[in-house]
Design a protein around this ligand. Structure first.
Ligand code: PLP
Length: 422
């Protein structure tokens, strides 16, 4: 298995010491299930990589923002990388101290800036000159100083899917290297900004060390120039992006990746920040779904399941591959290709296409693997489907850490104008 804490016991798939079938009987299908042991292991692997060097591991909340996940990582010492006021609210609610929180994103609003300033976050990763000006104004109004880093775009090809590559010149993220020096000089003169660091993030699902080191080398040249102007940096934030194995990818382990980074850091004295998301939670989670119907014509076999693109969007959105395993082992040796499709009224609603799978009947449970990152967080209510529950396993116990939404929840915020409008 590509997932450490998921394995078959007497023919049934378990998460740690809990059978996924047992959870399904309790909470129904579909549901997400996360292994707390995997989260912990991945986080500690990052920590080990740093050894005694000063560091801060800011978990990318957008990859999995469940409070129980954040609380688990926060208790181990994680900070948070947030991209919205809502994510800040979650991180604080989960007990992550504000001084371990960094705020990324190209479109921060004035209201979000004020909330983050008031909370006392470690720094804003500023992505444009206009953002810098607005942040300075907000800080001025609040009679304070905003701690900042500039996100620079090192123009490095991370060799990943174009939708998740962010560090190329044509991407919308960050300031170009040649603009960054001016930005630092301007911010340095601004009494409402406090320069704390420098930041970059080149993309996601990167399975080699080389692009990270390449970006770091470029950043180091820029840091030297910035410091020549008398500006001191406390933080070097290298972003997230380390990939995981969905299929046959062989990414470096977090420990090896961080070791390579600390080696490259040499005798730099700054605290190194990383913002991992997927590499911590991706292989901690599965989506369990039930086959509602099977159908077949002369060219195709379909397994129609109760989870759709609104529950797990990655296959439709990025044509991403997720392994699929039956929760209960089937004896039949007969393997045939099938499309695993959801109930949504869209042709793009699939979890897998032309996938060799054993012969299964309606009612059978399937586990969609490697679904712990960008799974639940990207889910929606499309087709008025209540979002599915999230379950966290710890050894032989499981906890529902987010309940299944109800039909009532779907309309809770809506109203029909008095007398009707039509
Ligand atoms: C998405 C994102 C991350 C996390 O990326 P992963 O590939 O999940 O590690 C980190 N930092 C920033 C700025 C991001 O946008």
């Amino acid at each position: 298995m590509i997932m450490d804490h998921f394995s078959y016991k007497n023919g049934t798939l378990f998460c740690e010491k809990v059978s996924l079938k047992e959870i399904a009987q309790d909470v129904g299908t579909p549901f997400y299930c996360y292994s707390s042991a995997h989260l912990k292991e991945q986080f500690l692997a990052y920590k080990r990589g740093f050894g005694s060097r000063k560091h801060l591991i800011c978990f990318a909340v957008k990859s999995n923002s469940n409070l129980a996940v954040l609380a688990c990582l926060g208790a181990l010492g994680a900070g948070a990388d947030i991209v919205s006021g809502g994510e800040l609210y979650r991180a604080l609610k989960a007990g992550i101290p504000a001084n371990r929180i960094v705020y990324s994103g190209v479109g921060k609003t004035e209201e979000e800036m004020a909330y983050a300033l008031e909370s006392g976050i470690a720094m804003f990763n500023v992505e444009s000159m206009e953002e810098m000006k607005l942040l300075s104004n907000v800080a001025k109004k609040m009679n304070t100083q905003a701690p900042i880093a500039f996100r620079v775009n090192p123009d490095v090809d991370p060799k990943t899917h174009p939708y998740i590559s962010t560090g190329l010149k044509e991407n919308k993220f960050g300031l170009f290297m040649d603009q960054a020096l001016d930005a630092y000089n301007m911010a340095y003169k601004d009494p409402h900004l406090l320069i704390r660091g420098i930041d970059c993030h080149i993309g996601s699902q990167i399975v080699e060390i080389e692009p990270f080191i390449h970006a770091f080398k470029r950043l180091k040249r820029l840091i030297a120039k910035i410091e020549e102007n008398g500006i001191r940096l406390s933080f070097i934030d290298l972003g997230g992006g380390l990939g995981i194995s969905y299929r046959e990818e062989t990414p470096p382990t977090p420990e090896n990746y961080i070791s390579a980074i600390t080696k490259e850091a040499g005798d730099l004295s700054q605290t190194i920040i990383v913002e991992p998301g997927r590499s911590i939670c991706g292989n901690a989670g599965v989506l369990v779904t039930k086959i509602l119907y099977t159908k077949e014509n002369d060219t195709k076999k379909f397994y129609i399941v109760d989870a759709g693109m609104n529950d797990l969007g990655r296959p439709s959105l990025y044509d991403a591959y997720h392994e699929i395993r039956p929760v209960e082992h089937v004896d039949s040796q007969k393997v045939q290709e099938a499309d695993v499709v959801g109930p949504i009224c869209e042709t793009g609603d699939f979890l897998a296409r032309s996938r060799p799978l054993p012969e299964l009947e309606s009612g059978a449970l399937l586990a969609v693997l490697s679904a712990g990152a960008y799974g639940f967080t990207m889910s929606s209510n499309y087709n008025s489907r209540p979002r599915v529950p999230e379950v966290m396993v710890s050894e032989d116990k499981f906890y529902v850490v987010r309940k299944r939404e109800s039909w009532k929840d779907l309309v809770a915020l809506e109203s029909i104008p008095q007398g009707g409008l039509c």
